[in-house]
Design a protein around this ligand. Structure first.
Ligand SMILES: Nc1ncnc2c1ncn2[C@@H]1O[C@H](COP(=O)(O)OP(=O)(O)O)[C@@H](O)[C@H]1O
Ligand SMILES: [Mg+2]
Length: 317
């Protein structure tokens, strides 16, 4: 595939040195290129991912951070703008490496070998994204070590097929922990990862964006929303997160939290239900609090009512 240079400032809508460029692909028609969506790029995170795309040095890249903070979409939205095809998988506890490499499937009465996302990405120079990789058995993931280092993938089942990794093949993994298991106890099923595997990854932290960025995120997703409302929604999210996290000595008071994903949903639903009596409360309920315990729902609605002030009243909606 032919490569193409992209200007960083205009491609990602960030402040960057004039003339700073990154390499992507020229062909924008590949079906595995992610759908382009509005995304607010944070400079430091963008810089780290672009540096890794530019030169992997035999590493993978691990994005760690809370749920719905923009880990997966950071990678897919960069890929969307660089026309970089992506093979994306969501890991789980019973997932085996063979599911990533390829398997025989029965078709029309005979078996055929079908390559998995790892084999395709390595062969074609796509990005491989392993979502929630810390749910996967470390022993299975360890099988990725050789290919990360540039060794060929040998598929014994398929007549000893040899796939040399393409020079633009890259591996991203995301997870709520940074490979050390989950110390907070908030995430179920997170396994302590194999040290030899994690040793091959650069790790970056993707936390919930700060207030200014998160407000931009809402407004880029729902441009019709008044800025004063977006600002209040972000404040409610910050307070919910604070109560969810608790402090060093105490567990959090809430067992649900407001991710950036939920925040965008709240904003979107507020426009969908425009005209409903207390639209912001109604939308908040569907976006988040319907899945909370009744006392927690009440507590969150009280926080929102405080923050919204007059805007919470039905007639203001
Ligand atoms: N910086 C951002 N700009 C725009 N939308 C964002 C941003 N961060 C998160 N989002 C929204 O949150 C959703 C969830 O993000 P995602 O990348 O799937 O989270 P994670 O992988 O961390 O769980 C995205 O689909 C998008 O709507
Ligand atoms: Mg994700």
């Amino acid at each position: 595939m032919t490569t193409q240079r992209f200007d960083v400032a205009t491609t990602f809508g960030v402040k960057a040195r004039p003339g700073l460029e990154v390499l992507g692909y020229a062909d924008d028609t590949h079906p595995q290129i992610p759908l382009r969506q509005p995304y607010v790029f944070r400079n430091a995170l963008l810089r780290d991912v672009l540096a890794y795309l530019h030169d992997a040095h035999g590493d993978g890249m691990f994005l760690t951070g809370p749920t719905g903070a923009g880990k997966t979409s950071l990678v897919t939205q960069i890929a969307a703008r660089l026309n970089w095809p992506v093979q994306s998988v969501t890991c789980h506890g019973r997932m085996e490496l063979n599911a990533l490499i390829g398997q025989f499937v029965l078709m029309d009465g005979s078996t055929h070998f079908v390559h998995g996302p790892l084999a395709i990405a390595a062969r074609e120079g796509h990005l491989l994204i392993l979502n929630e990789s810390d749910l996967m058995d470390p022993a299975e993931l360890a099988g990725l070590n050789d290919i990360l280092e540039g060794q060929p993938l040998v598929i014994a089942e398929n007549g000893g097929e040899v796939i040399w990794p393409h020079r633009r093949f890259r591996v991203f993994a995301t997870g709520n922990s940074a490979g050390a298991g989950d110390a907070s106890g908030l995430y179920q099923g997170v396994l302590r990862q194999n040290l030899a595997f994690m040793d091959r990854f650069r790790v970056i932290h993707v936390d919930y964006p700060d207030v200014g960025v998160e407000q931009q995120v809402i407004l880029s997703a729902v441009p019709q929303l008044p800025a004063a409302i977006a600002e209040r929604m972000v404040r409610v999210a910050a307070e919910v997160r604070r109560l969810f996290m608790g402090s060093d000595s105490e567990a959090g008071e809430l067992t649900v939290t407001m991710s950036t994903r939920t925040l965008v949903r709240w904003a979107t639903l507020s426009m969908t239900f425009k005209g409903a009596p207390n639209v912001f409360e109604y939308a908040l309920q569907q976006a988040l609090t319907a899945r909370a315990e009744p006392e927690q729902r009440e507590a969150i609605h009280r926080i929102a009512a405080d923050v919204f002030g007059d805007y919470w009243a039905p007639q203001a909606a």
